[in-house]
Design a protein around this ligand. Structure first.
Ligand code: FCB
Length: 522
């Protein structure tokens, strides 16, 4: 029997069906039928690159990098994540975010690094708990002047460098007055009714303050990862006792909060800061490719298809079409289901997608809603691995992008990247993913407008601390100047961004993947 052998890891929530001896098969879960050619012993195949000698990117395509405040800023003492990181056993090695890149003290160097890498866009977060450290400050609307000045400084430097900002308003960290980590059994964060008014109010104020400098907003980063970590896997604050009901309850509320934040941003940001329209809003949605662990096992196939629907589609179905599947059963026949609900429909202007790889789903442990258990680290496949022990699976990137075509909206890849401390796999990873992205545009008709590499710099990787190195630049964290040193991938990024194209020969010239140095969780 499998077990929930490891609940913490990588993104703070990794399910590992540790005792299963089954092999994995390579039929992606697109429907609940069993692949008649299934091969229960087959491993997920090695990468087969989409064909062609060269790909090119549309004119105006954005080549960006991404970060988040909690992962690069110092002194976010009023954030739940800051306090959570101080609890024993929550972060590998007891790493402290304050020992990271101290980004707000090094804005010129970071923007210069973006320029050196040829980047034309930057996704970062404006941290709510830095702007309003206390509930009193929020209620009185007395924002921290230093915090406002820092973000204005960053935005001015980006503008001078002709780098377009994409601003995230909630990237995993919540002010402690909305998430009390000492009370994990009580409603926290998106479960709390006040989120429905306070988050839109925060967004309204940020749009008024920064709308003249920002057109592109991300409301919430990776809702599913956030909530799974908070209410099931205990890898994110408040680390509640495992409850799928709390998780789905929070998810339903989060979607409503997003819609209200969307409306607030649209009402308050009326200035075109240079993109051609004043405001465009989305979510950074973490999507994956789900495979049945055994393609000959109907329950695995069904569970993988269900996971695809729940994880990749449920939120965007609600926010694009207004289709609300209250009971998560995949059809709109339940008593609280609704289609084309005007209070939800059209609440994203583009689709944000974060892509990191594939997941195997086994029915040997039937978790609620899914009917199986998803696993996405240490997979028994022959694919090369990252330092997070995630599969490197570039063709899944194309699959995930293709799935978004049905929404008929522009797509921005808000994150994609690799933890690679040895700097041996990053360039190939980058090139192969950009290759597949270009094919999603040219062959699958997906309107992808930009790509944000995660991350600009090595940073605090949540429960994994500083071990995983996702940056285009290494940070000398011990030095006062926090000196940046480019990885080889920064040069390749610059070359592809400057050329607007990428050849198969360039990829072929890169070294083959080599073994990672796996980061251990807490
Ligand atoms: C994503 C998170 C981001 C970073 C990368 C590696 O899930 O959004 O903050 O941790 O993973």
């Amino acid at each position: 029997m499998p077990s929930l052998a490891r609940l913490l890891g990588s993104l703070g929530l990794v399910f590992v069906a540790a005792c299963s001896s089954k092999g994995a098969s390579n039929a992606p879960a697109t429907d609940a039928g069993v692949d008649s050619s299934c091969d229960p012993g087959a491993a997920v195949p090695a990468y087969v690159r989409s064909p062609g000698a060269e790909v090119s990117f549309p004119s105006g395509f954005l080549f960006g990098t991404a970060t988040a405040g909690m992962q690069i800023e110092k002194g976010l003492v009023h954030a739940d994540w800051y306090q959570w990181a101080k609890l024993p056993g929550k972060v590998a090695g007891g790493d402290n975010p304050d020992d990271g890149p101290d980004a707000l003290a090094h804005i010129p160097e970071h923007v210069a690094a973006m320029q050196s890498a040829g980047a034309t866009a930057y996704r970062f977060s404006i941290e709510w708990s830095r702007i309003y450290p206390t509930l009193d400050a929020f209620d009185a609307d007395t924002p921290d002047a230093t915090a406002l000045a820092s973000y204005h400084q960053l935005l001015a430097a980006l503008k001078a460098a002709k780098i377009r900002p994409f601003v995230t308003l909630h990237h995993f960290a919540t002010p402690d007055y909305l998430d009390d980590i000492t009370q994990p059994s009580q409603p926290q964060t998106f479960e709390r009714p006040e989120m429905l008014t306070m988050f839109p109010e925060f967004a309204r104020r940020m749009a008024k303050e920064f709308g003249g400098e920002v057109d592109d907003w991300v409301t919430i980063n990776e809702p599913m990862i956030l909530l799974l970590g908070a209410y099931v896997a205990q890898g994110h604050p408040p680390g509640a006792p495992m409850s799928f009901d709390r998780m789905v309850g929070a998810l339903k509320k989060l979607v409503r909060v997003h819609a209200a934040v969307y409306d607030a941003l649209h009402a308050a940001d009326t200035i075109d800061a240079g993109s051609g329209r004043p405001v465009a809003v989305s979510i950074a949605k973490h999507n994956r490719v789900f495979f049945p662990r055994d393609a000959c096992e109907p329950n695995d196939v069904a569970a993988a298809a269900k996971a695809t629907y729940l994880w990749n589609e449920w939120i965007y179905n609600a926010l694009v079409f207004g289709d609300w599947d209250d009971d998560f059963d995949g059809v709109y026949t339940g008593p609280n289901d609704k289609q084309a609900d005007p209070t939800l429909k059209g609440r994203v202007d583009w689709l944000g997608v974060n892509y990191y790889g594939d997941t195997l789903v086994s029915s040997e442990l039937a978790l609620p809603y899914i009917g199986g258990i998803p696993t996405y680290a240490d997979l028994p496949t022959s694919l090369p691995k990252t330092d997070m022990s995630w599969d490197i699976f570039p063709q899944g990137f194309r699959t995930v992008l293709k799935e978004l075509a049905k929404y008929k909206l522009p797509v921005y890849v808000t994150e994609n990247g690799i933890g690679d401390s040895q700097d041996v796999n990053k360039s190939r990873y980058l090139a192969e993913h950009l290759w597949e992205l270009a094919h999603a545009i040219s062959d699958d008709g997906v309107d992808v407008r930009g790509y944000f590499y995660w991350s600009l710099i090595d940073n605090f990787e949540w429960a994994n601390g500083f071990c995983p190195r996702f940056g285009l630049y290494a940070v000398d964290r011990a030095s006062a100047s926090k000196t940046l040193t480019p990885y080889k991938a920064a040069t390749l990024f610059r070359q592809i961004a400057a050329d607007g194209k990428l050849s198969a020969a360039t990829i072929d010239a890169l070294p083959a993947y080599s073994s990672p140095v796996i980061c251990q969780g807490p």
